[in-house]
Design a protein around this ligand. Structure first.
Ligand code: DAH
Length: 358
C-alpha cells in the first residue's frame, strides 16, 4: 500500500474518531490519538524525513492538510459539544428569574394588644406612666393589701387559681390562707399592681397597668379563664371624685367616640370607697335600647372608685395627706364593644380569618 493510500485511510479514521466523540473527554482522547506527541498525524509529520525527496512536497502538503483538517474538525466538534451541553443544562436546570418570588407572610399585632397600646397612648398623653407586675402574685398583693377580708368569696379556690409549692425550703405564710390553699396564685385582677406601685413610688402617682389575669371560669361567649385588664391608679394631694369622672369620661370618649355618654352606678369593691361601675351609652341604639344593650341603653365597661384609706395605709401612704382614685377595665370587653364581637372565645383562637380583620 502506498503512503498516499495510508493517508487516505488515516483521514477516514480521523474523521470517524472526531465525529463519533460524544463527550468532551472522548474528543480529547481523539485529539491525543491524532495530534498528541505520539499521535498518528504527528508521527506522519516525523516520517517526512524518510520519504524520497521527489515525493516530499506532495506528501508534505497532504500531511499538512490532514493536520489542519483534524485540528479544525476537533475545534468545531468541541464547540458543538459545548453548545449541546449548555442546551441540556438550560432545559434541566433553568430558573425563571422573572417569576414572582414567595412573599413571607408578615403578621400584625393581635387585636387585644392593639387596644392595650391605644389605651396606653390615651393615658400617656395625659401624663400617666405604664406599670407592670407579676402574673404569679401573692395573696397579700392580690387581696389582703387591697382590703379584701379573709372570707371574701373571690379568695375561694373556686374563684382563684392557687399555686401550691411543696418544695422544701419554700416560704409559706399560713396567715394568708383564707381557705387553706396557698399564699401564691395566678393574679385574678391587675389591682395588685396598685399595691406594688404605691410600695415602690411615693405620690404623686398617675399610672395604668395592663396585664393578663386568670380566673377558673369555663369559657363561654362572655367569659374567658384568661383575659386582660387595664388598671388605673392616681394618688396625689386633693384628688376628688370629680377628677375620677373627668378622667374616665375623657377615656371613654377617646375609645368609643365623642358622642358617647357615661353613667356612674354605685357598686362595691373592697379597695375603693365609694365605688362605682361605669356604663357607656350603647353604640348600636345610641341609648334608645336594643338587644345589644339588653334594652337598657347602657353597657357596663369598668369598675372604679376612690382609693380606700385602708389601702393607702397598707401601702405606707398617709390618707390624711393623700387621696386617689382607681379603675379597672376588661380589655376583651372593650374589644367586644368596639367591634360587636358576639363571642370572646374567638379572641383566643388562632383563626386567621377572624384575626386578620383587625
Ligand atoms: N379589680 C376589679 C375586677 O377585677 C376591677 C376594678 C374595680 C379595679 C374598681 C379597680 C377599681 O381599680 O377601683 O373586677
Amino acid at each position: 500500500m502506498s503512503v498516499m493510500e495510508d493517508l487516505d485511510a488515516l483521514e477516514a479514521r480521523a474523521k470517524e474518531m472526531i465525529a463519533t466523540a460524544t463527550t468532551a473527554d472522548a474528543l480529547n482522547q481523539a485529539r491525543v490519538a491524532l495530534l498528541g506527541r505520539k499521535g498518528e498525524i504527528t508521527a506522519l509529520m516525523h516520517m517526512m524525513g524518510k520519504v524520497a525527496p521527489e515525493e516530499r512536497p506532495t506528501l508534505g502538503k497532504r500531511a499538512n492538510e490532514l493536520r489542519r483538517m483534524a485540528e479544525s474538525m476537533i475545534e468545531e466538534r468541541g464547540a458543538n459539544l459545548k453548545r449541546a451541553a449548555m442546551r441540556e443544562l438550560m432545559a434541566t436546570e433553568a430558573v425563571d428569574i422573572t417569576l414572582p418570588g414567595v412573599r413571607p407572610k408578615i403578621g400584625h399585632q393581635h387585636l387585644i394588644n392593639q387596644i392595650i397600646e391605644e389605651i396606653e397612648d390615651v393615658f400617656c398623653g395625659i401624663g400617666y406612666t405604664v406599670e407592670g407586675g407579676p402574673q404569679v402574685e401573692t395573696t397579700w398583693c392580690n387581696f389582703t393589701a387591697l382590703n379584701a377580708p379573709m372570707d371574701h368569696p373571690s379568695r375561694s379556690a373556686r374563684d382563684s387559681f392557687y399555686i401550691v409549692d411543696n418544695a422544701p425550703g419554700s416560704v409559706d405564710h399560713p396567715e394568708e390562707h383564707a381557705h387553706g390553699e396557698s399564699d401564691v396564685l395566678l393574679r385574678t385582677q391587675t389591682s395588685g399592681v396598685q399595691v406594688r406601685t404605691m410600695l415602690a413610688h411615693k405620690p404623686p402617682i398617675y399610672m395604668i397597668a395592663p396585664g393578663t389575669v386568670y380566673r377558673p371560669d369555663t369559657p363561654d361567649a362572655c367569659h374567658l379563664p384568661q383575659f386582660n385588664q387595664i388598671e388605673g391608679l392616681v394618688v396625689d394631694r386633693g384628688i376628688t371624685f370629680g377628677d375620677l369622672k373627668g378622667t374616665l369620661d375623657y377615656f371613654v370618649k377617646c375609645m368609643f367616640g365623642p358622642d358617647r355618654k357615661t353613667r356612674y352606678r354605685p357598686h362595691f369593691f373592697p379597695f375603693t370607697e365609694p365605688s362605682c361601675e361605669v356604663d357607656v351609652s350603647c353604640g348600636v341604639c345610641h341609648g334608645e335600647g336594643c338587644a345589644f344593650c339588653k334594652h337598657s341603653g347602657w353597657i357596663e365597661i369598668l369598675g372604679c372608685g376612690m382609693v380606700d384609706p385602708n389601702v393607702l395605709i397598707n401601702c405606707g401612704i398617709d390618707p390624711d395627706e393623700y387621696s386617689g382614685f382607681a379603675f379597672g377595665a376588661g380589655v376583651e370587653r372593650i374589644a367586644a364593644l368596639r367591634y360587636d364581637l358576639p363571642d370572646l372565645r374567638t379572641l383566643m383562637t388562632g383563626d386567621m380569618r377572624f384575626l386578620e380583620q383587625f
